[in-house]
Design a protein around this ligand. Structure first.
Ligand code: ADP
Ligand code: MG
Length: 215
C-alpha cells in the first residue's frame, strides 16, 4: 500500500517535471488551436497538485491522494482542461481499489475517468481532444493486462498507443472546445490536450518504473 502511495506522489512529481519542460511546446500548439494558454495552465495546475500532495498526511490512501491532486489541479488551472483533468483525477481516485493495484483494477478506474471526460466534454474519439490519446491507451492497457503483464510493464507497453493517438490528432478537425471554431483550419497540428495527456501518462509510466525498482 505504501508503495502505491509513493507511485501517486512520484507520478505527480514526474508530471510537473515533464510538463514544465514541455510548457512552451504545449503553449505553441494551443496558439495554433486556441488561446495559447495550455502549457501555462497545465504547469500551474500541476504545481498546485504537487503542493497539495506534499502537504497531504500519510494516512491518505492512493485514491485519496489522487483526489487531493485533482481538487488542487482544477482550482488552480482553470479553463477547459482544468475542469476536465480535475474531474478525471477525482474520478480515477474515487474508483481506485484501496486494496489492489493490479492492471485490471487500475484499468477499470481509468476507464471511468475516460467516461467522465467524454461525458463532461461531449467528446468522442476523432473529435481532436485529449480523449484521442486516453481512449486508445485505456484499450491497450486492458489488452496488456489480459496477457498477464504486471502494472509497470502493461502501462509502458500501452504508451505507444497513446502516442499514436495523440499524433493522429494532427489530421483531425476539431469538434470540441475552443479550437472547434477553426473548423478545417484546425487540421495540421496536434491537439495540445492530447499531447499533454500523453505526457501525463508517460509521467505515471516513469513513476511506476522508479518506485517499482526501489520497492
Ligand atoms: P482552454 O480551451 O479553456 O483554453 P486549455 O487550452 O488548457 O483550455 O485546454 C485545451 C485542451 O482541452 C484541448 O486541446 C482539448 O484536448 C481539451 N478540451 C477542450 N474542450 C474539450 C472537450 N469538450 N472535451 C474534451 N477535451 C476538451
Ligand atoms: Mg487554451
Amino acid at each position: 500500500m505504501e508503495q502505491a502511495q509513493q507511485i501517486i506522489r512520484m507520478s505527480v512529481q514526474r508530471a510537473l517535471a515533464i510538463i514544465t519542460a514541455r510548457e512552451a511546446e504545449l503553449g505553441a500548439l494551443d496558439a495554433h488551436a486556441g488561446d495559447g494558454d495550455h502549457g501555462s495552465t497545465m504547469a500551474r495546475g500541476l504545481r498546485a497538485a504537487n503542493e497539495a500532495v506534499a502537504a497531504a498526511d500519510d494516512g491518505q490512501s492512493p485514491g485519496q491522494l489522487l483526489m487531493t491532486a485533482g481538487n488542487a489541479f482544477s482550482d488552480a488551472a482553470g479553463g477547459a482542461s482544468g475542469a476536465l483533468y480535475g474531474m478525471f483525477m477525482l474520478t480515477v481516485g474515487q474508483r481506485l481499489d484501496p486494496t489492489a493495484c493490479d492492471v485490471r483494477s487500475v484499468h477499470d478506474a481509468l476507464a471511468a475517468g475516460l467516461e467522465i471526460i467524454s461525458r463532461l466534454g461531449k467528446a468522442k474519439p476523432g473529435d481532436k481532444t485529449m480523449v484521442d490519446a486516453l481512449s486508445p491507451f485505456v484499450d491497450a492497457l486492458g489488452r496488456a493486462g489480459e496477457q498477464g503483464a504486471g502494472l509497470a510493464t502493461a502501462w509502458n507497453e500501452a504508451l505507444p498507443a497513446a502516442e499514436a493517438g495523440a499524433d493522429a490528432t494532427a489530421q483531425m478537425m476539431a469538434r470540441r472546445g475552443r479550437s472547434a471554431r477553426l473548423g478545417e483550419r484546425s487540421i495540421g497540428h496536434v491537439d495540445p490536450g492530447a499531447r499533454s495527456m500523453l505526457y501525463l501518462l508517460q509521467a505515471v509510466g516513469e513513476a511506476l518504473e522508479i518506485v517499482g525498482l526501489a520497492g
